[in-house]
Design a protein around this ligand. Sequence first.
Ligand SMILES: C[S@@+](CC[C@H](N)C(=O)[O-])C[C@H]1O[C@@H](n2cnc3c(N)ncnc32)[C@H](O)[C@@H]1O
Length: 308
Amino acid sequence: MARNRRSIDKAAIEHHYDLSNEFYELFLDPWMLYTCAYYRTPDGDLEQAQLDKMDLVCRKLRLRRGERLLDIGCGWGSLALWAAKHYGVEAFGVTLSAEQARYARAWIEREGLADVCRVEHRDYRDVDREDPFDKIAAIGIIEHVGVANYPAYFAEVRDLLKPGGLFLNHGITRHRHWRWTPQWQFLIENVFPNGELMHVSYINERMEEQDLEIIDVESLRGHYARTCRHWAERLRSNEKHAIELVGERAYRTWLLYLTSSSVNFEEGSINLYQTLASRPDPATRTVPTTREELYTVDRSAARLRALA
Ligand SMILES: C[S@@+](CC[C@H](N)C(=O)[O-])C[C@H]1O[C@@H](n2cnc3c(N)ncnc32)[C@H](O)[C@@H]1O
C-alpha cells in the first residue's frame, strides 16, 4: 500500500512539474517560486514579493549561521539557495520532480554553493532520520501529501527535527464548508492529480497529535489571490511561446487553473496558512516568545534586491 502510494505520488508530480522548466519560467518570478508571495505593499510586484516571502520564511524559522535546514518539496531549489547564501545555513532540499532537481543542481553549481547547498530528487519519506535537522521548511507540499497520510507525514517531520527545532508548514487549505464542485473535479483530473486540501484546524490538530507544538499561525489568503493573478497575467502575455512548449490544451488548462485559483482565494473558499511549530525540547524552552525579531531586521526592498 505504502509502495503503491509512492508510485501514485511520483506519477502525479511528474504530470504537473515535469511539464518543462521553460514553461514555468514563462510565468514564475526569476527565483522560480511556485507558492504564495508576500506583498508588503498593496501595489507590490511579484519579483519583490517572492524575495520578501523567502526572507519571511527564513526569519520565521529564526535561521542562524551553521544550522542545518531541510526544505521538503523544494521546487527548483530557490529557498535552499537563498537560505544558504544569505543566512549561512547548510541547506538540503528534496523534490519528487527530476526536472526540478536537475535545474536546482545546475543553479547551485553556477552560484558556487555546492558545499553548503544540496538538492536531490528524492521522496521526503527517504530522508535519513539518523541525522536530524535544526529547521525544516515545507512550502507548498501539504497539498500533495494526502489527508490520510498526515499522521505519518507529521511524524516523519518530527523525527527529522532536533528537539527544540522549528518547522514551518506553508500550504493551501480549504474552507470548513467547502464543497466538491465540477471545477474542482476538473482541476484534480487535469492539473493536480492526487492533490487534496483540508481546513487549517484539521491540519494543525494532526500536527499537534505528533507532538509538534504550534507557535504561530498566519493567513496569507489575499497574498495568494494576488500571486495567482500575477502568474495568470504573465502566462497570458507569453501565450505564443507557452503553446509552442506545451500545446494549446495545457496552456489553456493552466490559464484557467491560475485564474480560477485567484478568484477562489479572493472569495475565501480556499486559503493559505503558514503554521510555525516546534519539536518541544524537554531540557530547554527554545521556542520564540514574540514576533519582534521578524520585523526588527532591515526588510527594505533595497536590501533584498541587493541580496538577490
Ligand atoms: C508547489 S511546489 C512548491 C515548491 C517550492 N517549495 C516553492 O515554494 O516554490 C511542491 C513541491 O513539492 C514536491 N513534492 C511533492 N511530493 C513530494 C514528496 N513526496 N517528496 C518530495 N517532494 C515532494 C514537488 O516535487 C514540488 O517541488
